[in-house]
Ligand binder design. Structure first.
Ligand SMILES: Cc1ncc(COP(=O)(O)O)c(C=O)c1O
Length: 408
């Protein structure tokens, strides 16, 4: 059955404002079920976690339900789901924890494709430990992160390989299972940034080869919260800095302070929303998630093909990278216009995109684009339509005409 786009869009109240949201990579709009769940949690009594009274038990349940929902989303064990405010904060927590076990001469491998949140925490932890940082390089023309290079990058002293499952700048989906295989052969831990990839298709922690994977709920219709998941046995072996009286249980020992209980209700509701994307799907939530995200992926891929074909027809537009496997995310520039000017003109016409380096700092430095304003990013989510893609292309034509007239 074709993806029911009208039904999908109806689940997002913000879409009635009429903007064209092509910035899923920066954060998606919030689904009704999420808003309702957060509101409902705020309308009932919620207390500090305690089995002794109803408000305390509610908080315990909200945490447990969010862990279980994220576990279903990623094919993980709920006891291995660490919840936190953002992917960046969670990655720093783990980097500091692991870094404290590294010694001079140890090595970590990061990539120039990654968002800086999966680069800098590791680089800084390595510096603090006297460990060496090795860099996986991006092919400047294709935008690929070749997996073969990891055979040379990892060795006996490699402690960690950090890699993205999907670039938030140009969409590239590296061959993470192959990279993980190489890393595991030397006993290195594989930390995967799933922030950009998870909303765009089914994810399975084990088949990805990730020892730890991080994802942010605001990229998949939920609130601004994140989760970092691993086998609970892995968490048991690690001891982050923590307050003396706070729980030392796994996974709680990695979570700082009192969580936002109502927002956790929103995380659960966002997962339920994804599980409902294919109304014909049957089975448990994990099965329905797989079906719903596969349906959304097919819809998004058709829109991506349409966008890429349209951009390729316009010689005034330069698109960066042409990876074979990619998330529906494209960075481009319009000839004769700065990315900021393009972004602003599109914004004035009601199109919400991103501009700059979107923290894909190393990639834009590598490409020599960072100091001149980066690029403009269009990123597709399951509520986007073919009409929106066509309207963006039409608006770009108007900008190209205008830039041509200015130059002439
Ligand atoms: C690929 C990728 N990784 C990590 C992050 C950081 O996520 P957070 O904002 O949850 O720290 C982002 C945010 O845009 C991202 O796109």
């Amino acid at each position: 059955m074709p993806f029911d786009i009208a039904r999908t869009r109806a689940a997002y109240p913000a879409l009635t404002e009429g903007f064209v949201h092509l910035d899923g990579a920066g954060g998606t709009q919030t689904a009704t079920g999420v808003i309702d769940a957060i509101t409902a949690a705020m309308r009932t009594a919620v207390g500090n976690r305690s089995a002794a009274n109803v408000p305390g038990r509610r908080s315990l349940e909200l945490v447990a339900e969010a862990r279980s929902a994220v576990a279903d989303l990623l094919g993980a064990d709920p006891s291995g789901v660490v919840l936190g405010p953002s992917a960046t904060a969670l990655t720093y927590t783990l980097a500091r924890t692991l870094g404290a076990t590294w010694r001079p001469g140890d090595e970590v491998v990061v990539s120039r494709l990654d968002h800086d949140s999966n680069v800098r925490p590791w680089v800084q932890a390595a510096e603090a430990a006297g460990a060496t940082v090795r860099w996986a390089e991006v092919d400047r023309h294709t935008g690929e992160l070749p997996a073969a290079q990891y055979a040379d990058l990892v060795g006996e002293r490699t402690r960690l390989v950090a890699v993205t499952a999907g670039s938030n700048a140009i969409g590239t989906m590296p061959d993470v299972p192959a990279i993980a295989k190489t890393a595991h052969a030397v006993g290195a831990l594989v930390y995967v940034d799933g922030v950009h990839s998870v909303p765009h298709g089914p994810t399975d922690l084990t088949s990805l080869g990730a020892d730890v994977l991080v994802t942010s709920a605001y990229k998949w219709s939920g609130p601004h919260l994140a989760a970092m998941v691993a086998d609970p046995a892995r968490w048991e072996a690690l001891h982050p800095a923590k307050l003396v009286p706070s729980s030392d249980a796994v996974p709680d020992r990695f979570e700082y302070g009192t969580p936002s209980f109502p927002l956790l209700a929103g995380v659960t509701a966002a997962v339920d929303h994804l599980a409902g994307l294919d109304p014909d799907a049957v089975g448990d939530r994990r099965a329905r998630l797989r079906a719903g995200l596969a349906a959304a992926q097919a819809h998004e891929e058709a829109l991506l093909d349409r966008l890429l074909a349209g951009l390729a027809e316009r010689p005034a537009i330069t698109v960066y990278g042409a990876p074979v496997r990619r998330c529906p995310t494209v960075s481009f520039r319009v000839a004769g216009m700065s990315p900021a000017a393009t972004h602003e003109a599109l914004g004035a016409a009601g199109f919400c995109l991103s501009v700059g380096d979107y923290y894909a700092y190393e990639y834009f430095r590598l490409m020599g684009l960072r100091d001149s304003g980066g690029a403009v990013r269009a990123s597709i989510y399951h509520y986007n339509t073919a009409d929106e893609v066509d309207r963006l292309l039409g608006e770009l034509d108007a900008l190209i005409d205008g830039a041509g007239r200015m130059a002439g």
